[in-house]
Design a protein around this ligand. Structure first.
Ligand code: GTP
Ligand code: MG
Length: 373
């Protein structure tokens, strides 16, 4: 809600309100008229004092023409896109920042950017899940470096909407992926800051499009196998890998029920040192239980492999399976069909998210009415 509307509705004078925030009445009227944008701390104060009814977006989006990009914005996005096509990482980061932003005018810019991006079916989107500590990041580091040595460009996104410490995860991901994080053919982007899952999922699938536009051949999407993010990751990738520890059944491993059923490839990681024997046993157990694993894809049976991400053993077999999987699904068209369906689903879920946002805004109005009564 615009500040102007709020003040009018509640019969508060500019002078009284500016005193409450600790700014001059002149500054306030500039903010109201849109001549100037308040800085973040002022926006926060206004947000707080208005009981969250007026938020950052309300200062950026103009009424009437709000859905139209200005010339300056268009030029800015055109420039980002041009550099993105050339694979410039700085522009890639800028593009993803636009996508992740919840500010209305950024959303307009990112929608425009996405409209310029053409689909690229030559990439492989790989989802990776597994409980914390199973070795997902270490696996991506070793496997990713191997793919880079084959001449491919590799990128990594993380989806973890429950994470409260984005700072921590940036540090964690980058230190676990030391070699990738400094390689010119790699790009790592940690989780977008928390939000509701629908929003995070949309941001991630849009970020995938940017990575593809920037020439990345392989896109890893890492998620923890304990929350609700897995199904949404499954819905944005071509192949879904589940990493397991060398240990007993999946209940014992703490992995969420139903995740094994989604796996295209089960990998028992840490098959080295003392754990090697147990890893082989675990693999056998899962192979034996394969008839219990409902066959998610009609055309290809999931496989179970072991690997050591640290000693870099077994990674070749993982790559062979992925190549075989993609080749077969391209031949029978399911690769393309799945991507198409995913796109349609993403549009619907985006619509849902937008509806939710809209309803939340309506709720704010209702709250204000109730406060008046
Ligand atoms: N022995 C052995 N240890 C491994 C292997 N892969 C990973 N680790 C160790 O397992 C620990 C966790 O590894 P990560 O790669 O951070 O695990 P993760 O699944 O990404 O963890 P979260 O991001 O917290 O969910 C680290 O101490 C790794 O060194 C492996 O193949 N063998
Ligand atoms: Mg990790």
């Amino acid at each position: 809600m615009k500040l102007k509307e709020y003040l009018k509705f509640n019969n508060i004078s500019n002078k009284d309100f500016s005193e409450k925030i600790g700014i001059s009445a002149v500054s306030l009227s500039r903010y109201i008229s849109g001549d100037r944008l308040p800085e973040k701390s002022i926006i926060n104060k206004i947000h707080h004092i208005t009981d969250k009814l007026v938020s950052a977006n309300d200062f950026y989006i103009e009424d009437g023409d709000s859905q139209i990009l200005s010339k300056v914005q268009k030029t800015k996005v055109d420039d980002i896109h041009k550099k993105l096509v050339k694979g410039e990482k700085k522009s890639l980061a800028k593009a993803i920042t636009l996508i992740e932003s919840s500010l209305g005018f950024h959303q307009l810019e990112s929608d425009y950017l996405l409209s310029k991006i053409k689909a690229n079916n030559n990439t492989i989107r790989i989802g990776i899940t597994g409980v914390p500590g199973v070795g997902k990041s270490t696996f991506i580091e070793s496997f990713g470096m191997r793919l880079i040595n084959l001449g491919l460009k590799v990128s990594v996104l993380a989806v973890d909407p429950s994470s409260k410490t984005t700072g921590g995860s940036i540090l964690g991901d980058k230190t676990r992926m030391m070699r990738l994080s400094v390689n010119k053919n790699a790009f790592i982007r940690p989780s977008p800051s928390q939000g509701h899952l629908g929003g995070v999922a949309k941001k991630t699938s849009d970020s995938i499009l940017c990575l593809e536009q920037a020439g990345f051949d392989i896109i890893f999407v890492e998620t923890m196998g304990v929350g609700q993010a897995e199904t949404s990751v499954y819905d944005m990738v071509d192949i879904f890998l589940v990493l397991l520890l060398p240990a007993g059944g999946d209940e014992l491993q703490g992995i969420k029920k139903g995740i094994i059923e989604m796996a295209d490839l089960i990998i028992v990681n840490k098959a080295d040192g003392n754990l090697k024997k147990l890893a082989n046993l675990t693999m056998q157990e899962y192979k034996n239980a394969q008839n219990l694993i409902s066959n998610n894809r009609k055309d290809i049976t999931p496989e179970v492999l072991t690997c050591s991400s640290i000693e870099e053993i077994g990674l070749e077999d993982v790559w062979s399976f992925i190549k075989k999987f993609v080749k077969r699904r391209k031949k029978n068209n399911l690769f393309y069909e799945t991507r198409k369906n995913q796109k349609v689903n993403a549009i619907w879920s985006n619509l849902n998210t937008k509806m939710e946002d809209y309803l939340n805004n309506e709720k704010k109005l209702l709250k204000m009415w109730k406060m008046k009564i």
